[in-house]
Write a protein that binds this ligand. Structure first.
Ligand SMILES: [Zn+2]
Length: 317
């Protein structure tokens, strides 16, 4: 009798605890649906050997041979977004509604709290139709990070701090190259403007996430006070120096080089090499300006912008 009493007590306690934990997490129901989907994908990972090979006229080997040497495919890009929604809660809710068909791996609130909604190895639906370089399925190769921000307000310091910590972890875990930390507007220039001109790309790049041009292309070389260094840059850049042109000092040389770059740069080619889809060149220029110039994004490229473009292009080669 005593034994049953204790057992009943613990069963009741377990029931109460599970009720408490359910009431604490408003997403208990969708979490269960999530886990069910995960289990289905885990089962599909075991599909071997080649199914229905005869339908595709594929001649199979005599027996199945499983390799012992493998691991999971790794994400190689990080795509950063802003949510353009009212609150973190609103976004979390949106990403748990099947009808919306949108999601991301992480959502970061203005308070710096990080919500991981999907394992990094799964494919979230954050990029949509897009292209970067020759990659046309960014969702398959990337981690999506959504920042709670309505698109017109500055990003919160706590949020950026959290983002930087998360990026450090992802970069290390998957060996993601610096240039592969990009924004939604970069991969979908005709459709998207996030994370927008207020996003601190420069700060990220200084810590190894994304490319950034030097403010002054020649500043670094000139700081060494050597015209030779700058002339070397010109040679490496394949910018011809006409014979007989007199170069008297660094400033003069800089002016000549800048003018040559502005005259010679093939804008479409440079944008394409950086990664932009140039099928709509106006949209590609705007996306470039959103990321690297961050002002007057609807205006054409100025001479100064072209120097920045040239610098980013050189870094992308
Ligand atoms: Zn986005």
């Amino acid at each position: 009798m005593k034994y049953y009493g204790v057992l009943t007590f613990f069963l009741l306690l377990a029931a109460v605890l599970s009720l408490i934990s359910c009431s604490r997490n408003p997403y208990a129901a969708t979490n269960r649906a999530h886990k069910k989907q995960v289990r289905a994908y885990i089962r599909s990972l075991k599909d071997l050997p080649l199914k229905n090979a005869q339908e595709d006229s594929i001649l199979q080997g005599d027996y199945w041979v499983g390799t012992t040497n493998f691991n999971l495919r790794k994400p190689n890009y990080v795509v950063i977004h802003y949510t353009a929604q009212e609150s973190t809660e609103h976004t979390l809710n949106t990403f748990t509604e099947p009808a919306t068909s949108v999601s991301s791996h992480y959502v970061i609130g203005g308070d710096g709290k990080v919500y991981q909604m999907l394992n990094d190895y799964f494919r979230a639906w954050h990029g949509g139709a897009g292209k970067w370089g020759n990659t046309t399925d960014l969702n398959s190769g990337s981690i999506g990070i959504e920042l709670d921000n309505n698109g017109t307000e500055p990003f919160e310091e706590a949020q950026i701090q959290s983002l930087l910590r998360l990026l450090a972890r992802l970069k290390k875990a998957y060996s993601i190259p610096a240039g592969n930390f990009i924004g939604h507007s970069d991969i979908a220039p005709t459709r998207k403007v996030d994370p927008g001109p207020l996003f601190p790309w420069k700060r990220l790049a200084e810590q190894g996430y994304g490319l950034w041009p030097y403010k002054d292309y020649f500043a670094e070389a000139l700081s060494q006070d050597s015209a030779l260094v700058v002339q070397s840059i010109a040679l490496l850049s394949n910018i011809p120096m006409p014979a007989g042109e007199q170069i008297t000092d660094n400033d003069a040389l800089r002016e000549i080089l800048s003018k040559r770059i502005v005259d010679a740069i093939a804008v479409e080619e440079a944008l394409r090499i950086i990664g932009y889809d140039i099928s709509d060149i106006g949209a590609a220029v705007r996306a470039f300006k959103l990321h690297y110039i961050q002002k007057d994004v609807h205006a054409p490229l100025t001479d100064e912008d072209k120097i920045v473009l040239y610098n980013v292009y050189k870094r992308s080669l």
